[in-house]
Design a protein around this ligand. Structure first.
Ligand code: 9J3
Ligand code: ZN
Length: 310
């Protein structure tokens, strides 16, 4: 009953013409409001005027922990037969074009995995205002260096050839990946310093040292990982990054190698904050990264140098 009443009300609201011409007085009020609005926007503390890359409303702990952000999300499938250099995938992107272009992130699965193993990140991140490309690799056995090249091929396809290329700011790109895909995201950042953010998730790589990286990097490890133990993967990867780099190490508490394969609020909230801070230059998200998060039920350990503000 209640649902019917609500449906009825919604119909009544939408029956009027959406573009009714305002009367003379209403039109004057609109003009005054527009002038006041412009004055407000150019005043001090106006985020939108300060940072052209900022997207979406001011964040809160609730908004970065939410299962969906403020943007409705559409998706489109990319066939492996239509691309070269990687195995196709799925693009998740904000449906609306009203806010201009967005930064973009390519995400690789791990050894033996497919895009389904990281699919939860697609709508979770896209709904916060990113174009997100969850990819398949050429073969599920590809090693980290190959996954790195495939992430870059996927970004090139996304920004130059894909049906959503016009929605993307091609200068604001990032990479993520699970396990060998996380190792691949380190390889991609090493190869392409223009990347704005990298987030390896329980990363695996035989190369333990990454002093060549200049891309802001958040490494996520899992305390119970026996496949890519943090002591021989995530921790030395983090330690080997340049000490002056914007870098962080988040070790998940009560987690395993496969924690990044299902929806996880801790991974999501710090990934969103990292991507917003470094792909969008959005300092509104610095509050979630600095001061460094404290150990908790979900955080075993967190290290980093807080983002440099200038
Ligand atoms: O992508 C991964 O899960 C890497 C861990 C692994 O299976 O390494 C074995 C060689
Ligand atoms: Zn190295």
């Amino acid at each position: 009953m209640q649902q019917q009443a609500r449906t009825g009300a919604a119909h009544r609201v939408s029956t009027g013409s959406p573009h009714r011409r305002p009367g003379r007085i209403a039109g004057l009020a609109t003009a005054i409001a527009a002038v006041v609005g412009l004055t407000t926007l150019s005043g001090p503390g106006a985020h939108a005027a300060d940072n052209p890359y900022e997207r979406g409303p001011a964040p809160t702990t609730a908004s970065i922990e939410a299962v969906r952000g403020p943007y409705a999300v559409s998706q489109t499938s990319v066939s492996s037969l239509s691309v070269t250099g990687f195995g196709g995938g799925t693009v998740y992107y904000p449906t609306s074009t009203a806010d201009g272009t967005f930064g973009a992130v390519a995400i690789s699965p791990g050894y033996t995995g497919t895009q389904s193993s990281i699919a939860w990140l697609g709508p979770r991140l896209a709904s916060q205002g990113f174009v997100v490309f969850t990819i398949d690799t050429n073969t599920t056995l590809d090693q980290p260096d190959s996954r790195g090249r495939q992430l870059l091929a996927a970004l090139d396809y996304l920004t130059q050839s894909s049906s959503v290329r016009g929605r993307i700011d091609g200068t604001r790109l990032g990479v993520m990946g699970h396990s060998m895909g996380g190792g691949g995201s380190l390889e991609a950042a090493k190869t392409r310093p223009s990347l704005q953010a990298a987030i390896p998730l329980t990363p695996w790589n035989l190369d333990k040292t990454w002093p060549e990286i200049s891309t802001p990097t958040l490494i996520v490890g899992a305390d119970g990982d026996t496949i890519a133990p943090v002591s021989s993967h995530a921790e030395p990867f983090y330690t080997s990054l340049p000490s002056a780099l914007d870098r962080a190490y988040l070790e998940l508490n009560g987690a395993t190698h496969f924690t990044p394969n299902t929806s996880d609020t801790t991974i999501a909230k710090y990934s969103i904050s990292w991507l917003k801070r470094f792909i969008d230059n959005d300092t509104r998200y610095e509050q979630f990264l600095c001061p460094l998060p404290r150990p908790s039920l979900t955080i075993e350990e967190y290290r980093g140098n807080c983002p440099h503000t200038s």
